[in-house]
Design a protein around this ligand. Structure first.
Ligand code: ADP
Ligand code: MG
Length: 576
């Protein structure tokens, strides 16, 4: 550290480029190391990348904090949150021009995701920060840099690694154990989802993922008939609503909380942080929200189970379009979710294409089946479950035609859940829907696709490019992939990871022989053993501290929306 200070004093007042000299590793007073991996080119460029590492031998943290994968993820998340909170407390410290004086860590949101901001293993703990090296105009402010690197960062390290609230950490680790236990319980007992009594489902606003607060908030309570008891470690068993595998409807009047319940279930594929209100809302991890997404591109997806021959005899068994309609996009979204592998679909009428969801008696009389390519979801939902083991949870306020297909009907009534399964079933048997079933005998074929390597041209338009812009855009070469409607994506760090994962797949994953699913499976196995760091372009030792792991579904969603995607059938071998 003394060496660093001397260098900084020597280059004080010089041109910004002289900062390049300080790249390297420095030993701090408490034995930890400060690594300056990358020095920014000027005060306005992307900030410098810094790691702080402490050895486990010296920290002496008990192995039970990080031995189990889910605990390690929770511990890393805890440390990243604590760091972010410290930095928020410090406030924004501008210390000159451009990004001078800023320190940042990639802060987690409401979800606890595997991320690269903090890395813990049996040997060491590593914090990945970025910092703006201080300048006045474009000349080095050596004193300010000394304060940032030799005082503020060591103090941050001390508070994050040596002076944190151990009780708070214990609570977060225990929560992770409980979430893990609920997931296992659901899998073993045939449930698709669980919503604990007392959960706070509504969010602060349409643009905030934080819990709604105040007197008007109604905590969730399970209807008695659906209540289950889930044993969890560290506390008395949890009670709450268990949604069985099968077909479940969420019905009720407008504004009574249907979409809010479904949204919470959607997010239940991830674990939530303490205080979120949805800590004990747990959903089958493979669940996919399905919605209409008109305008998306589709490449040779077999949507024939839902959409038959199109006008002028156009086949849909290898359906491609640059501009899908509501119903064809929704069909493609389902087929692609099945291709990656899912056992739970989530649909909300608010975001569905009406003609994809229902076709009632009168319409069947007016428009003959031969003139309607679409087989509505209502005629396919049971086949999905019975033939493929894929459950559905569906919000419908507008059509009782689904009653006959449902195993369970939950009614939201002024934010309270009621079990109305029996009533719905008796209505369905008393008042026939009058419609004829259109689904055929079987769900239809599922055709795995092989992704061809020429789909990706990262260097198109000049320099190689694979990066994210915000939560919803991935830039590959000169292509922009829009992910606005991919609701499973929750964190911009996931989007950054998706860009890097596609870069890896383009370079070494897709050789023209593997199906999309095999390629994804292989990549995730590599990540599981090597850690998420391996997808970063920075190479060994240079931290990529701003990535979070997306699910296979979200990665596949990006690939599926790539307008230069080229695929061929697994079976036929001919390029398409
Ligand atoms: P629906 O889909 O039935 O039309 P929403 O789920 O969109 O209704 O909810 C309508 C409004 O009620 C939203 O603003 C939501 O935040 C609020 N809300 C939902 N559930 C609750 C609850 N449990 N307590 C308080 N407000 C809620
Ligand atoms: Mg709604």
């Amino acid at each position: 550290m003394e060496t660093l200070k001397q260098t900084l004093r020597r280059i004080d007042g010089k041109g910004y480029k002289a900062y390049k000299e300080i790249a390297g590793s420095y030993r701090m007073k408490d034995g930890s190391w400060l690594h300056i991996d990358h020095v920014q080119g000027d005060p306005f460029a992307a900030p410098s990348r810094i790691r702080v590492t402490a050895s486990m031998a010296e920290l002496r943290w008990p192995e039970e904090w990080y031995g189990e994968t889910w605990r390690r993820i929770a511990l890393e998340d805890f440390l990243a949150r604590e760091l972010a909170a410290r930095l928020r407390e410090e406030g924004c410290r501008s210390d000159g021009s451009g990004k001078s004086g800023m320190i940042a860590v990639d802060a987690p949101g409401q979800q606890v995701l595997p991320r690269t901001a903090v890395r813990v293993d049996a040997e060491r703990v590593e914090l990945r920060l970025s910092a703006g090296l201080p300048a006045a105009g474009r000349s080095i402010r050596g004193r300010a840099a000394e304060q940032l690197l030799a005082e503020r960062i060591p103090e941050l390290e001390r508070r994050a690694l040596r002076a944190f609230d151990a009780g708070k950490l214990k609570a977060q680790l225990e929560l992770a154990d409980q979430q893990q236990a609920i997931r296992r319980y659901l899998r073993d007992s045939g449930y698709a989802a669980f919503v604990a009594n007392g959960s706070i489902l509504p969010r602060e606003s349409g643009i905030s993922d934080r819990p709604l607060r105040g007197k008007g908030v109604v905590p969730f309570r399970s209807p008695e008939s659906l209540e289950i008891t889930v044993p969890v470690p560290h506390r008395e068993p949890l009670r709450g609503m268990g949604i069985k595998q099968g077909v479940t409807l969420i019905v009720g009047g407008g504004y009574h909380g249907k979409s809010t319940l479904l949204k919470a279930l959607e997010r239940g594929v991830y674990n939530h942080a303490p205080g979120d209100g949805r800590e004990y809302v747990i959903t089958d991890e493979s669940a996919v929200k399905i919605r209409a997404e008109d305008g998306r591109s589709v490449t040779k997806t077999d949507i024939s189970p839902f959409i038959g021959t199109l006008p002028f005899g156009r086949s849909t068994s290898r359906f491609s379009t640059e501009d899908a309609s509501g119903s064809t996009s929704q069909a493609a979204n389902i087929i692609e979710a099945l291709e990656v592998g899912t056992s739970l679909l989530l649909l909300d009428e608010d975001t569905s294409a009406t003609n994809f969801m229902i076709r009632d008696e009168r319409m069947q009389r007016l428009v003959a089946k031969e003139k309607e390519p679409i087989t509505p979801f209502v005629d396919k939902v049971r086949q999905l479950y019975e033939e493929h083991g894929v459950s559905t949870i569906l919000v419908v306020g507008g059509s009782g035609d689904y009653f006959g297909a449902a195993d369970c009907v939950i009614m939201m009534d002024e934010y309270a859940a009621r079990d109305v399964t029996n009533e719905a079933q008796s209505i369905a048997s008393t008042y026939g829907s009058g419609r004829s079933r259109e689904g055929g005998d079987r769900f239809g074929t599922l055709r795995p696709r092989i992704v061809l390597p020429q789909s990706f041209d990262l260097a198109r338009g000049g320099r190689e490019k694979a990066e994210a812009k915000g939560l919803h855009t991935v830039l590959l070469g000169s292509e922009a992939i829009r992910l606005d409607q991919v609701e499973g994506l929750v964190d911009p760090s996931q989007t950054r990871a998706i860009a890097q994962m596609i870069r890896l797949l383009a370079k070494s994953g897709m050789d023209g022989s593997m199906t999309l699913r095999e390629a994804l499976d292989r990549l995730y196995v590599r990540i599981e053993s090597g850690g998420l760091d391996m997808v970063s372009p920075f190479g060994k030792g240079k931290h990529p501290g701003d990535l979070a792991l997306p699910r296979k579904h979200e990665l596949a969603a990006a690939i599926n929306r790539l307008r230069t995607l080229k695929v061929k059938d697994e079976s036929r071998g001919g390029a398409q």
